[in-house]
Design a protein around this ligand. Structure first.
Ligand SMILES: Nc1ncnc2c1ncn2[C@@H]1O[C@H](COP(=O)(O)OP(=O)(O)OP(=O)(O)O)[C@@H](O)[C@H]1O
Ligand SMILES: [Mg+2]
Length: 115
């Protein structure tokens, strides 16, 4: 499901993720534990094809995170510690907006108490 080979990310002189090689099978649950700044979020961002690795490679659901980033992003959902919500949108507007982006038809649901 997830394959990493020598996955590495450098930010200038800082090596945030160094040479990670790991396989995760379908149905397997993996927790990345480490102190602040260990590189957990950077690893997840590379696996979600949000951030390009400096070296090494990774495949998610068989797709290369660099060459097939769009396909990877189609399969992956990430909720980080800073979700980056659009605070001007209501919950309902959020569902409408992202539903529309994903190709769902907009449906007006009237709560039972208001009908
Ligand atoms: N965009 C960036 N530019 C420069 N340095 C970065 C960037 N993103 C992360 N870093 C640095 O890379 C290192 C790893 O950061 P990362 O956020 O991956 O750690 P983390 O394990 O998720 O930490 P935390 O437990 O605090 O969430 C840190 O030293 C961080 O400051
Ligand atoms: Mg983090």
């Amino acid at each position: 499901m997830i394959e990493m080979q020598g996955l590495t990310k450098k930010f200038d002189d800082l090596t945030a993720v160094k040479d990670v090689t790991l396989s995760i099978a379908p149905g397997e649950v993996l927790a990345l534990l480490g102190p602040n700044g260990a590189g957990k979020t950077t690893t997840v961002r590379m696996l979600a094809a949000i951030l390009a690795p400096t070296a090494g490679s990774a495949r998610v659901v068989g797709h290369d995170v660099v060459a097939e980033g769009q396909e990877v992003r189609r399969h992956v959902g990430v909720l980080t510690e800073a979700p980056g919500l659009y605070t001007r949108m209501t919950g309902r507007e959020y569902l409408d907006f992202f539903g529309e982006v994903r190709g769902f038809r907009s449906v007006n649901v009237v709560p039972a108490s208001m009908s």
